[in-house]
Design a protein around this ligand. Structure first.
Ligand SMILES: [Zn+2]
Length: 334
């Protein structure tokens, strides 16, 4: 199967009311872990590269990693997505590499730090959506800002999405999916206390209100790692120093999905899983020095986590529900 437009993966998820995890990739082990587990549980895949990843891994290496994924697993639908594009140039770069989806994060200025006004957001997002749609490429926008800063992206300030602005934003920009802010943060430090249901740390009412106003919208949730406590414990037990922190519980993500969230971004959890596995090897077997002996366990740990998420979000067993759409099909649609 070639790369598919992300819109198809989200449209199919909406039909059957499940969510699809978005996993960030920076290296071969991550890409292999994601694809191995997707193949085992038969899930469609959304693989994302941030601008930081394109810089770290290099454009050509990312491109060929993505091609290796679809060559090795030809039956699994894969969308390759640009995470947090910051302007037309980053969108153009991703499309020239063959990405089938781009995020234009117009909630922040090009510095990826300073929040924009609604009108500034509309202007840049529409410009990018018009460009991407000419190629049949899916576009995700963002309205509202998340907490936390990761890969240099983020104002660090939470501005919840105003449900009353969503319809106008969609009409003016034409985006296919929208990231909304309800109080999640990028990175590992999301909550200082365990977010139990009675604590109401996440503004569920915002999602429900948006879903009732625009039921067909594919909502996207950034900053949705669960920060498993056993991984934090394993890291700290083996010489790490991660301060106490909590992520988004899986029960909350399941509620989001029931309320119209179709794409759930997970990055930190893979970082924690690989770090925990590598630290364990280093601590328990200090005589080892072959990278395969610690990157291999890191890959296995990421694969196990990825598999859990495919199952928990409901995308497992849906890889073969549909025939792949092409960017040509999508060009006609737009
Ligand atoms: Zn994000």
């Amino acid at each position: 199967m070639p790369l598919v437009p992300m819109k198809q993966i989200l449209d199919e998820a909406a039909k059957k009311s499940y969510g699809v995890p978005h996993f960030n990739v920076n290296n071969m082990e991550q890409a292999q872990a994601i694809m191995r587990s997707a193949s085992e549980v038969e899930s469609p895949v959304i693989m994302a590269a941030s601008r930081g990843a394109l810089k770290y891994t290099d454009l050509i290496f990312i491109k060929h990693l993505m091609m290796a994924c679809i060559e090795k697993y030809p039956k699994i639908p894969v969308a390759m997505h640009l995470d947090h594009g910051n302007g037309l140039e980053s969108v153009k770069t991703a499309i020239s590499l063959g990405f089938t989806s781009v995020m234009m994060d117009g909630s922040l200025k090009e510095d990826a730090k300073t929040p924009t006004t609604f009108d500034e957001n509309v202007k840049i997002t529409k410009e990018c959506a018009d460009y991407a749609h000419k190629f049949g490429v899916t576009v995700e926008g963002e309205l509202g800002t998340l907490g936390g800063i990761e890969d240099g992206v983020g104002s660090g300030v939470v501005n919840l999405t105003d449900p009353n602005q969503v319809k106008e934003f969609l009409e003016k920009t034409g985006v296919d999916a929208l990231a909304v802010a309800i109080g999640t943060s990028h990175g590992a430090y999301k909550f200082k206390i365990k977010p139990d249901p009675d604590k109401n740390l996440l503004a569920m009412d915002v999602i429900r209100k948006i879903h009732s106003m625009v039921p067909k919208l594919h909502m996207v949730m950034h900053g949705s790692s669960s920060v498993p406590q056993e991984l934090i414990a394993q890291i700290n037990k083996n010489g790490g120093k991660i301060a106490p922190t909590f992520g988004v519980p899986l029960w909350a993500i399941k509620e989001w999905i029931a309320a119209g969230v179709r794409k759930v971004n997970v990055d930190t959890d893979l970082r924690l899983a690989s770090t925990a596995a590598i630290r364990k090897v280093f601590y328990e077997s200090p005589e080892k020095f072959d990278p395969r002996e610690y990157l291999g366990p890191a890959r296995d740990a990421m694969a196990a986590l990825v598999k859990e998420r495919f199952i928990a979000f409901g995308s497992a067993s849906h890889a073969f529900d549909y025939a792949p759409a092409t960017l040509e099909d999508m060009k006609k649609f737009y």
